[in-house]
Design a protein around this ligand. Sequence first.
Ligand code: GLC
Length: 559
Amino acid sequence: MSQHSADPAPNTVLATVARHRDWWRDAVIYQVYPRSFADSNGDGMGDLEGVRSRLPYLRDLGVDAVWLSPFYASPQADAGYDVADYRAVDPMFGNLLDADALIRDAHELGLRIIVDLVPNHSSDQHEWFKRALAEGPGSPLRERYHFRPGEGEGGELPPNDWESVFGGPAWTRVTEPDGTPGEWYLHLFAPQQPDFNWNHPAVGDEFRSILRFWLDMGVDGFRVDVAHGLVKAEGLPDLGAHDQLKLLGNDVTPFFDQDGVHAVYRQWRTILDEYTGDRIFVAEAWTPTIERTANYVRPDELHQAFNFQYLGTHWDARELRAVIDRTLDAMRPVGAPATWVLSNHDVTRHATRFAHDSALGTQIRLAGDRELGLRRARAATLLMLALPGSAYLYQGEELGLPDVVDLPDEVRQDPAYFRGAGQDGFRDGCRVPIPWTRTGSSYGFGAGGSWLPQPEGWGELSVEAQQGAPGSTLELYRSALAVRREQRGLGAGDAVEWLRAPEGVLAFRRGEFVCVANTTGESVTAPAHGRVLIASDEVTEANGEAKVPADTTVWWTTA
Ligand code: GLC
């Protein structure tokens, strides 16, 4: 039986689908990491024109929208998550006209564009922060950040015990204009990323204006960076004994997931709703529980929130079922879709995470069994795309890319890596520029090199190598997205009906669809459920029974 039964959807279908109301409830959204997607000018760094030139690829892949990681003016201390000017494009990515052209072209192709918004902190090169430093203690600009005198006799100790997510203290002491050591400022991430004080009205005003700037440019939504961090507990109380904080972690702290953040989002929602076009917010909110995540997507707040509990779940039927149930139960009362995600620019790619049998977490630097990792990743993606709700894909996962685990230390750029004892800082491994062609200096990424070296053999994973190749991961993604578009019921709804299945196997029905995911290392026999729509590996059927190979997901339709 064939693995793929549907051709990519014709463009006319794409355009129609993209216009349907509440499009985001079951949308598949593709994350572009602009540095590493496509380089139009051969400088080794991806750019907006590169993204624009590859939009037809994304249309043909069959996604509904594209989320772009930050491309704003930035000294790049944290790959653009340190913004110096929220209304300007960094010259290394292009200019505002390029952004405009990208948005327009995307719309013509029936794709929506979501941009990243970084409201928790700015760059230390932001005009406000530079002035705050230059004007010295007492400057009104300092009130827009968190400046404090130090503790200890000479103010030589940080104001409290908070730690940076990237390791080390969350406070840095400044040198005052007169050359003396002075106040401290808060940065939950790198020292080049000072946190805004969201109790100051100018901060809120500024971000409402930034929202309008990009809405007027025509974007379809915002991914809100560190959405859980804006408001800090009153008085900045100590954290107490604590393990090193983790990216996408679920710690309870006085600086994350404070109830005060929701007032900000209720205000933002009214702005978005003034605009036509069904635009959306998606929250990057690390919270202790899925139920806390649901608070961000109440009807008058944001639309989607990444499900990091799902991202962190192992390839294990029991664990997956538990997190799926808990997610759907948490989202139902607020009427928001679940937002599934397996990979992004902050974690080890899922093809590498699943290449290990032991639970190594989401930041790992071991290749593991690549073949096993890819089998499971393909199966995990089909499982994710069969669940009700929206799903995010990270560039290159459709090629089955593994993490690059052996980057030499001298090419690494992740600030977490340089903060020593802190986060393990392996994020560069998922940020290596993607291969478009079998050969060429950077495998079609650009005419020059690539800012992170691509491993040997990368060309065999390229779009060129996989395009049209039966059984390739790229063709699996295309077929899955085409089936999802054709069968509108697939992403809809808010519930699954679990079916009896052997140990290690997930089976559920949703209307006329049945999805079976075998997470074990052995093939299993399961009842066949009509017609196979797609499978991540060869499924054979006889006498009403199907043989589902190890680490394989299959979708059936009974219609
Ligand atoms: C978010 C981003 C991450 C960045 C951090 C600080 O977690 O996804 O890449 O380092 O925020 O802005």
